[in-house]
Design a protein around this ligand. Structure first.
Ligand code: ATP
Ligand code: MG
Length: 428
């Protein structure tokens, strides 16, 4: 027998029982971003590999180890997007959306692909909601992005379960000077570093700061800190961000070791983290990347953005039982019809009810069946009322309307009176 077909490890089906939560989150985010004036952009999932190599940077885990890259039939190297920012900037440049200093406030959502070790909260196909703002250099927009995520946590009931970590990476010059100092410090202690960090010392030394290795973390206690290298302009910028968060009353913790995995960040970086999901605790991460657009061939264009991990947020909502109950609300009505003539009349009636009652959730029995079997299905569906249409009802132009969730009596209602009757019943 052939081996049964399975999904690729780390790439999950989102089953019907899970999609209401996904739609709830997506809807909540879309409404929120709409309220802040951010527009949705939809981007391809496949891009030329070069985009990510240039945009994310060699020496990063994502580019060096995590990308799904292949040659297409035309021998061109393509990559399943590991993140959304690079593609967003590519689209911006391709369509001239950021020319002449035009401000763009954009968001997108969709699957991202990284070859990682699958575990709870970490998958190979995962979903992000990303938000990006272009041509705004000031701290006000950095703060706006944080403020709107904070509002999202409140809407979702997560405000007490996530906390904000903040840092400034300074200008790219300041960061480079700091990198040199850090490398010099760690070089002297090379033998004590974990293997990953030893490799990163040449490829991406700042990443060592968020090493999970305890011995490496201990070594870092005495290391120079980024704060000592911050340039004056970046310091003022950072003060501006903090002042705005203070004005709104958003609490944060300054974390000098927060550097972010992707290479293109400067100045503000932030993460919203939770202690409720184990090791995969970052639910939203972002920062400023003023150098990215030029790195991808555009004119200097300040940019700032973040991405949320949808799976992690849903896990968190599930863990904390914060998904609204009405997400699983059953149908309102289940229509049972017996015999061909009743079925035809029932179908027409069902459509009249849908016209008359906006948002009505009406299940029409499929596949025929005896009175008993249809009734059983009606009950199992969880619907509040069964509508019954047999030969007798058909002859009298009425429908039997039977409450399924209490002991109230079945009533026969004339077809013309039915929409108003049901609308009233469902309101109650
Ligand atoms: P991590 O340190 O957890 O690997 P990262 O720095 O690689 O995160 P980003 O590239 O900043 O993550 O992505 C933003 C967010 O997307 C993360 O904070 C997380 O919520 C989510 N995310 C990233 N990688 C994965 C993954 N493999 N599976 C599920 N969610 C992910
Ligand atoms: Mg990662």
């Amino acid at each position: 027998m052939s081996k049964s077909l399975q999904a690729i490890r780390g790439m999950n089906d989102i089953l019907p029982e899970q999609t209401p939560a996904w739609r709830y989150l997506e809807r909540t985010v879309a409404e929120l971003l709409d309220g802040y004036g951010y527009s949705e952009i939809r981007l391809p999932i496949l891009e030329f590999t070069e985009l990510f190599a240039r945009g994310i940077g060699e020496g990063t885990d994502v580019v060096d180890k995590e990308m799904y890259t292949f040659l297409d039939r035309n021998e061109e190297s393509l990559t399943l997007r590991p993140e959304g920012t690079a593609g967003c900037v590519r689209a911006l440049l391709e369509h001239g959306l950021s020319g002449g200093g035009q401000v763009q406030k954009l968001w997108y959502t969709g699957p991202m692909f990284r070859y990682e070790k699958p575990q709870k909260g970490r998958y190979r196909q995962f979903h992000q909601i990303g938000v990006e703002a272009f041509n705004l250099a000031g701290p006000d927009v950095d703060a706006e992005l944080i403020v709107l995520t904070w509002r999202l946590w409140q809407k979702l009931g997560l405000a007490d379960s996530v906390s904000l970590q903040l840092n400034s990476l300074g200008s790219s010059e300041a960061r480079a000077a700091y990198r040199d100092a850090l490398v010099a410090y760690l070089q002297e202690r090379f033998a004590q570093l974990d293997e990953d960090s030893q490799r990163r010392l040449t490829t991406n030394p700042l990443r060592i700061l968020d090493s999970k290795n305890a011995q490496t973390q201990a070594l870092l206690v005495g290391a120079p800190t980024l704060a000592d290298y911050l340039d004056e302009e970046s310091r003022l910028h950072f003060e501006g961000v903090k002042a705005r968060l203070d004005a709104v009353g958003i609490r944060y913790e300054i974390n000098h070791k927060l550097v972010r995995g992707l290479d293109y960040y400067n100045r503000s970086v932030f993460e919203w983290v939770t202690d409720k999901l184990g090791a995969q605790g970052t639910v939203c991460a972002g920062g400023r990347y003023d150098g990215l657009v030029t790195q991808l061939g555009g004119k200097p264009t300040p940019g700032v953005g973040f991405a949320m991990g949808v799976e992690r947020l849903i896990l968190l909502l599930e863990t904390l039982q914060l998904l609204p109950e009405e997400l699983n609300a059953p149908a309102d009505l289940y229509l049972c019809a017996f015999g061909e003539a009743a079925e035809l009349a029932g179908l027409a009636l069902a459509e009249r009810l849908r016209d008359a009652i906006p948002g009505l959730r009406l299940l029409v029995n499929s596949g025929g069946g005896s009175f008993k079997s249809q009734f059983k299905k009606a009950d199992k569906s969880g619907a509040r009322f069964a509508l019954i249409l047999g030969e007798d009802e058909l002859a009298a132009c009425v429908v039997g309307c039977k409450p399924l969730r209490d002991d109230a009596q079945q009533q026969n209602i004339g077809w013309d009176a039915l929409p108003a009757h049901l609308a009233a019943c469902l309101q109650a």
